[in-house]
Design a protein around this ligand. Structure first.
Ligand code: SF4
Length: 755
C-alpha cells in the first residue's frame, strides 16, 4: 500500500523555503490553507499575491484518487495520453457499484458478478499504468485514503466531491472531474481559482452526546449549502486540537455540503496519533520536523478576523447534538427542538431505519461510541424499535471492530452489516418496500440527504446525525427522542435513561486486517494489455477526437436553443445512466435530454432540420452526424453549472456538435469543453440570443485567425433568406487554442509523449 514516504519527505523538504517566499511576497503571516497552496504551486506558476476568488492559479497536487464510477472515463482518457505511467501516485477505489440489500458477503458477490467487466478493466488499467487498485469490498475511497495516503500539508485531488475528507489529516484535498484527474496523472498543472478563506474557531471540548458531526451540522446550518462556495474552511483553536483526527475527517467530509472548495485542520497530536496507529510512524516523524509549517502562523490565530474573509466561532462545550434535514443537509435542528419542529412541519416521527457508517462516519471511534449505546439495549432491558444497519468505511475498520466484538453487540440488536462500500449513501440500497413510495423517516450518519438519495423513494425523510445519535434514535424508534433528557420504557415497563456514549479514539489493541483488498500495480506495466470487448455495453475505448480542419466552420445546424437552467444534469443525466459512464457512445444517448427546447418548451424534443420532424436530441444529432453535418447548441446563463463531469462536454463532442454558444458558462464546464476541443463561446451582446431562429444554419468565422482576446463572428442564416451576424467572445488562451486546433487537450499531451 506504499504511502510514498519519499514523496512526502520531498514535499516537506521544499516547504519551509516556499512558505517563507510566500510570506515575504505577501508581507504578512499566512494561514494554513495559504501555506499548503503556496507550497504546491506548479513549477510554471509564478509566485504572486493572488487575488482571492479571482485569480486562476496552476498547482501541482501530490496525488490523485478515483472512485469506480468516475475512474472509468478518467482512465479511458488517460489511456489516450500516451504516458507509460501516471506522473503522481494515484489510486482507484471500487466502492460505488455495490448494492446494499442482504448483507455484506452476498451483496459483494452479486456486485462482483454484475460489474465484473468494469472491475477487470479498472484493475488492468491500474496495473498497467502504476495505479494502486483497491478491490470491491476494500472500502470507501475517502476512508481508505485517510487510513493510507492522506498526510498533513499535502495536496490531492480526487474524482469525488467528498475527497475533502482528507482535510481531517491536514491536507488540501479537492473533488474534481475525471478530465482534471487525467491531466494531473499525465503530469500537467491543475488550475484552481485562488480561494476565499473562512475561519472556524473551535473553543471548549466536546462532551456528553455531542460529536464532531455536530460541529459540521451546526456549521451547515450557519453557512447553508452555498455558504462555502469558492472558499477553503480552516478550523482551529483548542476545540480542534481536543478532537480526534477521524472526527476532523467527518467535519471536513461534510464541507462538501456547504459547497466549500475544501476544509482543513492544522497538524496536531491527534493526527500524529492517527498516523502512528495506521502504521505511518515515519510520516508522523517527518511531519513533526516541519510542524510549524503545518499550521497557520501564530499571528493568524491571534487575530483571525484580519486574515479570514469570514469567521465563525463555536464553543464545543456548549454544542448540542443536531439532526439536519429532511431533504437538505443545512436544515439544522438541535435535538432539544426536534419535538416542536417536527410537529410544526408535519415530519413523520417514527424512525424506520437507523444507518451508521459511510465514508463520513465509520471510524473506530464512531463505531465504538455507537456500540456503547447498543450494549445498553440488553443491559437496560430495551428492545431496538427501528431497523439498524452498519456500513463500515474500510475492511481495516470492519475487521478491527469484528475482532473487538462490536459486530457481535450490533448483531444482538438485530443489526445488518452491509459491505464496505457506499451502498445506501448513494442510492445503492435495495430497500424492501421503497417502491411503494410511502412517507417514512430514516436517520443516518452519512452526509447527503437529498430526496431519493438513499432508497430512491421521494417520500423518505432522511435526517443526518452523528452515529451516536442515530443509534439512540434507532433504539427509541422516535425522531423526537432526546437522549439527554428523555427516558425510554423497557420491556419490564420501567423508565430507563441511556447513558451518554463513550468509546475509544483508536483501538487499544491496534488496527488489524487480514486482507485489506489492495492490489499493487506492476513495476513495469508495459507488457500488460487492457482488454475491452468491442461489444461491451458498459465500456468503450476512446478514439482521439479529430483535429480542427483548419477552416471556418460553415453550414452548421442549430441543434437546440436551450431555455433557462441547463446544468450538467440536463446535459448528461445521472441515475440510470451511471452505468454507462465508461461507454461514451452509449451514454451519449442522454445528451441534452433534460434541456428545455426554447421553441416548444419541451425536453428532448427538437426539430430535425433535415426532415422537419420533431424527435429526441441525441437521435437528431446522430442524424446530422450521419450526413457529416456539424451543429451548434445555444444556451442561456450559467450553462453547465452543477458537477464537473466531463461527459457533459464529451458527449456533444462525440456526436459532432462543434460549438456551444451561451449567455454565460459555469467555469468548470467551459474548461471541460475547451479540453475536449469544442468551441465554448459567449454572446458579446446577450440580447442576440433572441435573434436565433429554429431553422437556422450557422457559420462560425474568424477561426483561421483564432487569437486570445479577439472575438469571433457567427452568422445565423434564417429560413426566410435573411441573416444576422453576431459577435461572440471567448476566453481561450494560447494553449487552449492549441487544444482546439489539435482536437482536444489530450491529443497535445499524446503528441508530446510520442515525440
Ligand atoms: Fe460518496 Fe457516500 Fe460513497 Fe462517501 S459513502 S464516497 S459520500 S457515495
Amino acid at each position: 500500500m506504499a504511502f510514498d514516504v519519499d514523496m512526502i519527505k520531498k514535499v516537506y523538504a521544499a516547504m519551509p523555503a516556499k512558505v517563507e517566499a510566500a510570506r515575504k511576497k505577501l508581507g504578512r503571516p499566512l494561514t494554513l490553507a495559504e501555506k499548503i497552496l503556496f507550497a504546491h504551486l506548479h513549477e510554471d506558476q509564478s509566485l504572486e499575491n493572488f487575488e482571492r476568488a479571482k485569480t486562476y492559479v496552476n498547482f501541482a497536487p501530490d496525488r490523485v484518487a478515483m472512485q469506480d464510477a468516475t475512474a472509468q472515463m478518467a482512465l479511458l482518457q488517460f489511456m489516450q495520453a500516451g504516458r507509460p505511467k501516471v506522473a503522481v501516485p494515484s489510486t482507484v477505489h471500487c466502492d460505488h457499484l455495490i448494492v446494499a440489500k442482504t448483507e455484506a458477503k452476498q451483496d459483494l458477490e452479486k456486485a462482483v458478478n454484475e460489474s465484473r467487466e468494469v472491475y477487470d478493466f479498472l484493475a488492468s488499467v491500474s496495473n498497467k499504468y502504476g495505479i494502486g487498485f483497491w478491490k470491491p469490498g476494500a472500502g470507501i475511497i475517502h476512508q481508505v485514503v485517510l487510513e493510507n495516503y492522506a498526510f498533513p500539508g499535502g495536496m490531492m485531488i480526487g474524482t469525488d466531491s467528498h475527497t475533502v475528507n482528507a482535510g481531517g489529516l491536514g491536507m488540501i484535498a479537492i473533488g474534481v472531474g475525471g478530465a482534471d484527474a487525467c491531466d494531473v496523472m499525465a503530469g500537467l498543472p491543475w488550475e484552481l481559482k485562488w480561494p476565499k478563506l473562512i475561519g472556524v474557531k473551535l473553543t471548549g471540548k466536546l462532551n456528553g452526546w455531542a460529536a464532531p458531526k455536530d460541529v459540521i451540522l451546526k456549521v451547515a446550518g450557519i453557512l447553508t449549502v452555498k455558504g462555502g462556495t469558492g472558499a477553503i474552511v480552516e478550523y482551529f483553536g483548542e476545540g480542534a486540537t481536543n478532537m480526534s483526527c477521524t472526527g476532523k475527517g467527518t467535519i471536513c467530509n461534510m464541507g462538501a455540503e456547504i459547497g466549500a472548495t475544501t476544509s482543513t485542520f492544522g497538524y496536531d497530536d491527534s493526527m500524529s496519533r492517527y498516523l502512528k496507529a495506521t502504521g505511518r510512524e515515519e510520516i508522523a516523524a517527518a511531519a513533526d520536523a516541519v510542524k510549524e509549517h503545518l499550521t497557520a502562523d501564530a499571528e493568524v490565530y491571534a487575530e483571525p478576523e484580519k486574515y479570514f474573509d469570514q469567521l465563525i466561532e463555536i464553543n464545543l462545550s456548549e454544542l448540542e447534538p443536531h439532526l439536519n434535514g429532511p431533504f437538505t443537509p443545512d436544515l439544522a435542528t438541535p435535538i432539544s427542538k426536534m419535538k416542536e419542529t417536527a410537529a410544526a412541519n408535519g415530519w413523520p416521527t417514527k424512525v424506520e431505519v437507523g444507518l451508521i457508517g459511510s465514508c463520513t462516519n465509520s471510524s473506530y471511534e464512531d463505531i465504538s461510541r455507537a456500540v456503547s449505546l447498543a450494549k445498553q439495549v440488553n443491559e437496560k432491558g430495551l428492545k431496538t424499535k427501528a431497523e439498524f444497519t452498519i456500513t463500515p468505511g474500510s475492511e481495516q475498520v470492519r475487521f478491527t471492530i469484528e475482532r473487538d466484538g462490536f459486530l457481535d453487540t450490533f448483531d444482538q440488536i438485530g443489526a445488518k452489516v452491509f459491505a464496505n462500500a457506499c451502498g445506501p449513501c448513494i442510492g445503492m440500497w435495495d430497500r424492501m418496500g421503497a417502491e411503494k413510495q410511502e412517507k417514512n423517516t430514516i436517520v443516518h450518519s452519512f452526509n447527503r440527504n437529498f430526496a431519493k438519495r438513499a432508497d430512491g423513494n421521494p417520500n423518505t425523510y432522511a435526517f443526518v446525525a452523528s452515529p451516536e445519535l442515530v443509534t439512540a434514535l434507532a433504539i427509541a424508534g422516535d425522531l423526537t427522542f432526546n437522549p439527554i433528557t428523555d427516558t425510554l420504557i423497557n420491556e419490564k415497563g420501567e423508565a430507563v435513561k441511556l447513558d451518554p456514549p463513550s468509546g475509544d479514539e483508536l483501538p487499544t489493541r491496534g488496527f488489524a486486517v487480514d486482507d485489506p483488498g489492495f492490489q499493487a500495480p506492476a513495476a513495469d506495466g508495459s507488457g500488460i494489455s487492457v482488454e475491452v470487448s468491442p461489444t461491451s455495453n458498459r465500456l468503450q475505448l476512446l478514439d482521439p477526437f479529430p483535429a480542427w480542419e483548419g477552416t471556418d466552420l460553415k453550414g452548421l445546424k442549430l441543434l437546440i436553443k436551450a431555455k433557462g437552467k441547463c446544468t450538467t444534469d440536463h446535459i448528461s443525466m445521472a441515475g440510470p445512466w451511471l452505468k454507462f459512464r465508461g461507454h461514451l457512445d452509449n451514454i451519449s444517448n442522454n445528451m441534452l435530454i433534460g434541456a428545455v427546447n426554447f421553441y416548444n418548451e419541451k425536453t428532448d424534443n427538437i426539430k430535425n432540420q433535415l426532415t422537419g420532424q420533431y424527435g429526441p436530441v441525441p437521435a437528431t444529432q446522430r442524424a446530422y452526424k450521419a450526413q457529416g453535418i456539424g451543429s451548434i447548441v445555444v444556451g442561456d446563463e450559467n450553462y453547465g453549472e452543477g458537477s464537473s463531469r466531463e461527459h457533459a462536454a464529451m458527449e456533444p463532442r462525440h456526436l459532432g456538435v462543434r460549438a456551444i454558444l451561451v449567455k454565460s458558462f459555469a467555469r468548470i464546464h467551459e474548461t471541460n469543453l475547451k479540453k475536449q476541443g469544442m468551441l465554448a463561446l459567449t454572446f458579446a451582446n446577450k440580447d442576440d440570443y433572441d435573434k436565433i431562429q429554429e431553422d437556422d444554419t450557422v457559420d462560425i468565422l474568424g477561426l483561421t485567425d483564432f487569437t486570445p482576446g479577439r472575438p469571433l463572428a457567427v452568422v445565423f442564416h434564417h429560413k426566410d433568406g435573411s441573416s444576422d451576424i453576431v459577435t461572440v467572445n471567448h476566453t481561450y488562451n494560447e494553449q487552449q487554442i492549441e487544444w482546439f486546433k489539435a482536437g482536444a487537450a489530450l491529443n497535445i499531451i499524446r503528441q508530446k509523449f510520442e515525440s
